[in-house]
Design a protein around this ligand. Structure first.
Ligand SMILES: Nc1ncnc2c1ncn2[C@@H]1O[C@H](COP(=O)(O)OP(=O)(O)OP(=O)(O)O)[C@@H](O)[C@H]1O
Ligand SMILES: [Mg+2]
Length: 231
């Protein structure tokens, strides 16, 4: 979640789905965006032959329906099954129910002042949610994930990162600015794209993105296993 449009919510979902599928895990993405961005991504991936039967995208604008579908996933036999909810930008208040259904709320953020201030607003929504629910101790934790981090970070960007780490809980792992993620948006799952890229050099770029997303997925897994209190 991040109320900032274009901060990388859908990209993060797709990258994490790609990493989980590459290691043989089942993935369900709930796409709650009216623009059906992840649903279109699945269609594009299938057309390009870069999809996997392990990954399913379900479009729904109904938080109750999504909560029910998640409950059904829990009833399935024990397995590694990653459930991702891709939310839309804009006001986060409508999304309380989805937040409560989650095991972790992650907020992608690009390294700019504007992104930081909207991410702080998103964190305030989360803190307010803690005040609104009956059992705040049962709410999932909240962490920021840096997205589109350039190869060379400028002084200004470094200052934004420092301010972020001082103000909000943030993951150590992050997503870099990579053309592989742009290819992913157009062509499907990263692991499948790498397999179908004959040029080994280009395939390596895509595999590096899978590796980066897998490290992030591992960190999120660890946070869910041992939740830390929010700052
Ligand atoms: N790590 C990255 N590397 C390269 N391009 C990226 C990266 N993250 C995001 N982008 C690009 O930035 C644009 C916006 O990203 P994305 O659609 O994931 O944002 P969003 O938060 O889902 O937006 P919205 O709020 O509209 O749903 C996309 O064109 C995407 O390809
Ligand atoms: Mg999106």
């Amino acid at each position: 979640m991040n109320r900032k449009g274009g901060s990388g919510k859908s990209t993060l979902c797709r990258a994490l789905a790609s990493a989980a599928a590459a290691r043989g895990e089942t993935v369900t993405i709930f796409d709650t965006d009216t623009s059906r961005s992840c649903l279109h991504w699945m269609a594009a991936g299938r057309t390009a032959g870069n999809w996997s039967p392990l990954v399913e995208v379900v479009h729904s604008l109904d938080a109750f329906e999504i909560t029910e579908a998640i409950a059904q996933i829990y009833e399935q036999p024990d397995q590694e099954h990653l459930v991702l909810i891709d939310t839309f930008g804009g006001g986060a208040e409508a999304q309380d129910m989805l937040a409560i259904a989650a095991h972790r709320i992650v907020s992608p953020m690009m390294l700019s002042r504007g992104d930081l201030s909207e991410t702080r607003e998103t964190a305030s929504w989360y803190m307010n949610l803690r005040g609104r629910v009956d059992r705040p101790e049962e709410l999932p934790g909240f962490s920021v994930i840096l997205n589109r981090v350039p190869l060379r970070v400028s002084e200004a960007e470094r200052a934004v990162a420092q301010e972020l780490f001082a103000a909000l809980p943030a993951c150590e792992a992050f997503l870099s600015n990579r053309t592989a993620y742009v290819r992913m948006d157009r062509e499907g799952l990263l692991g499948e794209i790498a397999e179908h890229t004959p040029n080994r050099g280009l395939a390596t770029h895509v595999l590096n993105a899978v590796k980066e997303a897998a490290e992030l997925l591992d960190e999120i897994d660890r946070m869910i296993a041992a939740p830390m209190e929010v700052a």
